[in-house]
Design a protein around this ligand. Structure first.
Ligand code: MN
Length: 205
């Protein structure tokens, strides 16, 4: 199990075929203001890859873009809405098709309102992850070991979570509804970028 650190792009051919877990770290929560600093990727085989972008980057990253835009590769996220918008805005690709562990959790764990990644990993996988570095300076030219560990842990468990969540979605007959939500997610991210970030267009009011 190794965390690989790369600058400005993913090396070619480092990922096994199949679904990839994807996460991103930014300067903050307002996508056009707060630049994309790190994209994390895991193929679920035990290693994580961190791609860091420097201030002033042109975000060319041809290998990373190709992997993210590959229609044959399912992308696993936790709260993908944010990552998909940031990736679209900075890297110019729609990183789909999509699976989102937060949406799956909301559809199946209706006995709780706790759908954070830490809580999901604890309940479904019995493991403990730290969210201590979540709000830290991801634009720093030198990321700390704690930041790298944290960034990697955000993609480390998404394959296993999907397996567990799918069992429950199947059991309760909500797989189709979940899939429809995943298919809509890139469009929800597009609405965020286009000016409807907090407005629910399905709402009567
Ligand atoms: Mn993260």
């Amino acid at each position: 199990m190794t965390v690989h650190f790369h600058e400005e792009d993913l090396p070619a051919g480092v990922l096994a075929p199949g679904p990839i877990a994807v996460d991103s770290e930014t300067m903050g929560l307002i996508t056009p203001r707060d630049r994309l600093c790190v994209v994390q990727i895991s193929d679920g085989k035990g290693d994580e890859h961190l791609v860091r972008f420097a201030a002033g980057s042109d975000y060319a990253a041809p290998n990373l873009r190709a992997v993210l835009a590959d229609p044959e590769r399912l992308k696993l996220y936790h709260f993908g809405r944010f990552d998909i918008a940031a990736i679209k805005y900075y890297l110019g690709v729609v990183a789909a098709p999509v699976y989102c562990t937060k949406i799956a959790s909301r559809l199946i764990r209706t006995y709780t309102d706790r759908h954070g990644l830490k809580e999901l990993v604890r309940e479904l996988l019995g493991q403990d992850i730290s969210k201590q570095q979540q709000s830290s300076d991801w634009g720093n030219p030198t990321l700390t070991d704690a930041q790298k560990d944290y960034a990697a842990s955000d993609v480390r468990f998404l394959h296993a979570l999907r397996t567990e969540l799918n069992k429950r979605l199947e059991r309760e007959g909500r797989m189709e509804l979940a899939q429809a939500c995943f298919d809509f997610l890139p469009h929800r991210a597009e609405l965020d970028l286009a000016g409807w970030p907090e407005i629910d267009i399905f709402s009567h009011m």
